[in-house]
Design a protein around this ligand. Structure first.
Ligand SMILES: Nc1nc2c(c(=O)[nH]1)N=C([C@H](O)[C@H](O)COP(=O)(O)OP(=O)(O)OP(=O)(O)O)CN2
Length: 182
């Protein structure tokens, strides 16, 4: 028997895709998205007949939902190759902290993988009782990406060490802009 804890959170985002696959997606636009995560215990155990919890829901989800609400919600998602990044750095540097920077276009696929890695880092920092089994990122009511397994097998190669990639850190970061600039 497998027990799973499933949490869903909604957030709004803006992005654009500049790699040339779709002209309409190269214009900045936004979506109201849902991220649904399925967590499993690292070591499944029998309920204790008293509290009968894997972990209180609040303990399992609060830090993750803080990240969604305070870092991801209403952030702009841009490829690290997007010239809009340099525009913000020059004209509105105070707003660069609200930009999610992705290796390549910020598609639903890569955001699902980056969020999978971020939540895995957060859960590990919380003691590792739970692990991410699956993530579903619904970009629109008609488009969802579902991802399971090891996100490091799916993410593109980057020449930065793992700790200099925001998605590997159990903090609230959404970019590595100072690193990318140097
Ligand atoms: N594989 C992917 N393809 C596309 C992605 C993506 O993340 N992964 N994203 C987009 C755009 O963000 C776009 O806003 C949504 O695309 P699309 O389905 O083409 O547009 P609609 O919402 O209008 O689709 P309908 O289902 O017809 O309403 C594009 N492709």
């Amino acid at each position: 028997m497998t027990v799973e804890l499933v949490f869903t959170r909604r957030f709004s985002m803006g992005h654009r895709l500049i790699a040339g696959t779709s002209e309409k997606c190269a214009i900045p636009h936004g979506h109201n998205e849902y991220v649904k995560v399925t967590l499993r215990p690292q070591e499944p155990k029998r309920l204790d007949g008293h509290q009968n919890m894997v972990l209180p829901f609040a303990d399992a989800k609060t830090r993750w939902h803080n990240f969604i609400d305070n870092s991801l919600d209403h952030a702009l998602q841009l490829s690290e190759a997007d010239p809009l990044l340099a525009w913000f750095q020059e004209h509105e540097p105070e707003r660069t902290s609200r930009i999610v920077v992705t290796p390549g276009d910020p598609t639903t696929e890569i955001m699902a993988a980056l969020l999978f890695a971020k939540l895995s880092a957060i859960l590990a920092a919380q003691g590792g009782l739970l692990r991410v089994y699956e993530i579903e990122l619904q970009e629109t009511p008609t488009n969802t990406v579902k991802l399971g397994g090891d996100p490091t097998h799916y993410l593109p190669y980057t020449n930065r060490p793992p700790h200099l990639c925001w998605w590997n850190r159990p903090d609230m970061s959404i970019s590595d802009l100072p690193v990318l600039r140097s």
